[in-house]
Design a binder for this molecule. Structure first.
Ligand SMILES: *Cc1c(COP(=O)(O)O)cnc(C)c1O
Length: 473
């Protein structure tokens, strides 16, 4: 593509990095800005302008290339670089356990304890009763056993790590029997067959996608079979002409041939959700009581705690897992451990404490409460009093997310916004670029916010974001 004369003129006008650096020296705004940040910002601004000129898609005038608009751009870029990359956002998607948005929020009480542990020395690996070195795994082992009914427990970095470590310990070089209906992929490239291969276990698929019978497992058992594995199909559901083998039957089969049985519950919960009017998910206690040798699950899905992988089960196998040198590479960090312990403690009294754990609270919010807050938000937006804006209350269904309860649609309430003369994509972009970004979705040409996942103190943030946007359009 030829560069036109106008483009050439503009490119020549583009100031050099050193020139802008000189200009910045005269502006007190940049006094305390580290040089590395300033130089990176200037380079970014100049590069962006150069691209805009060369692409020739946006109208750009010579005045935009003069000192003060360029310094203004550099200031904005500096401000952005000086704010942390990991920041709080408003989750208006209605997806409660949203993996991209950090899955579960920690309970207030948990955060307090976390802060204390973060800034002090602790008995992380120190046995206070003996005054000698201890194990970090013992911090939550007792309470995990108390609540799950298991003989032993251990925690690692995440459930993917828990599955890998368990397979590596139990079935390296041996066959692992799994139903074809349970060879799941979880977002972010966790696939049972791949994890199996990396762990050294040899996958022995049985049955079909929709139907697997006990006899399929039994026929697959050979002298070198090391494990019967059941994977909870947590993020999808096979419906119609289906059959799978219950954990109970697998446990009986395992006992007959003296082969351990492991269940990857994925989400994992200690709560029977059917008590709260939601669909039933298998609980950890049930899997343990049924006799699974090993059960693995996540800390930050339905449990509502920090990212972690929890392994509960028989003591002899857990002793081997704890001694596996790979455990060190997957070990849980002390901040996570503090948050996990705090979260699990709530489960001693979960009927009373269900609202203390944000994930559980959001999943069980009464629709009337969500509606009241939707009305409140709608009113706040209407009070901005801009005749171009159309605010509506809408019925929605929210999803639990996090690969849990895949079929469950939770009735919810939301607010939709349209602005005359402004595209809905523009609204979405402005909300994403808000100082505290607001993640919603677009439906029927409206920007939609689901009140299930929006915290009470976030309503003014949304109001401000729309107020700011309307002032500028
Ligand atoms: C989510 C999930 C995993 C992975 O757990 P992470 O904690 O995300 O590592 C493994 N297996 C199943 C069945 C899952 O649902």
């Amino acid at each position: 593509m030829d560069v036109t004369e106008k483009q050439q003129t503009l490119l020549r006008m583009l100031p050099g990095v050193d020139n802008i650096l000189e200009l910045a020296k005269a502006d007190p705004f940049f006094n305390d800005i580290p040089k590395s940040v300033l130089v990176r910002s200037i380079r970014t601004v100049v590069e962006n302008l150069r691209t805009i000129i060369i692409d020739n898609k946006q109208d750009i005038t010579e005045t935009k290339l003069s000192d003060s608009p360029i310094i203004e751009k550099v200031k904005n870029s500096v401000k952005e670089m000086m704010t942390p990359n990991l920041k709080c956002i408003v989750n208006a998607t209605g997806v409660v356990i949203h993996t991209n948005l950090g899955r579960s929020l920690l309970a207030d009480g948990v955060v307090e304890n976390l802060l204390a542990i973060a800034s002090r020395y602790s008995n992380l690996e120190f046995d206070l009763s003996k005054g000698v070195r201890g194990s970090r795994y013992s911090i939550v082992e007792d309470i995990l056993c108390e609540i799950s009914g298991a003989e032993a427990a251990m925690v690692v970095n995440n459930n993917a790590g828990a599955v890998f470590l368990s397979l590596e310990t139990i079935s390296k070089g041996k066959k692992v029997v799994v139903s074809r209906g349970e060879l799941v992929e979880i977002g972010g490239s966790f696939r049972i067959p791949d994890v199996m291969a990396k762990s050294g276990g040899i996958l022995k698929e049985v049955g079909t996608t929709n139907r697997t019978h006990l006899i399929d497992y039994e026929n697959a058992i050979e002298h070198d079979t090391g494990l019967l594995l059941k994977v909870h199909t947590s993020n999808y559901s096979v419906v119609g002409f289906t059959a799978d083998v219950s954990l109970e039957n697998l446990v009986t089969l395992g006992a007959k041939y003296q082969i351990p049985v492991m269940e990857d519950l994925g989400s994992g919960t200690f709560v029977d959700f059917s008590k709260y009017g939601l669909l039933k998910e298998p609980t950890v206690q049930e899997s343990v009581a049924t006799g699974a040798d090993i059960v693995t699950f996540s800390g930050d899905k339905l449990l509502g705690g920090p990212q972690a992988g929890i392994i509960v089960g028989k003591k002899d196998i857990l002793d081997r897992i704890k001694k596996n040198p790979i455990a060190r590479a997957l070990r849980i960090d002390k901040l996570t451990l503090a948050a996990l312990e705090g979260t699990i403690r709530y489960y001693r009294n979960i009927d009373r404490e269900i609202d203390s754990i944000p994930t559980l609270r959001m999943l069980t919010l009464p629709i009337g409460y969500i509606e009241t807050r939707a009305m409140e938000l709608a009113k706040m937006l209407e009070n901005i009093d801009d005749s171009r804006m159309f605010v509506s209350l809408i019925d929605l269904s929210s999803r639990p997310g996090g690969g849990a309860l895949p079929l469950l649609k939770l009735p919810s309430k939301g607010v939709g916004v349209k602005v005359q003369g402004v595209s809905v994509n523009f609204i979405e972009e402005k909300m994403l670029n808000n100082e505290i970004p607001i993640i919603g979705r677009i439906e029927e040409d409206r920007f939609i916010m689901d009140l299930r996942t929006i915290l009470d103190d976030e309503l003014p943030i949304i109001e401000n974001a729309f107020d700011n946007m309307l002032r500028k359009v």
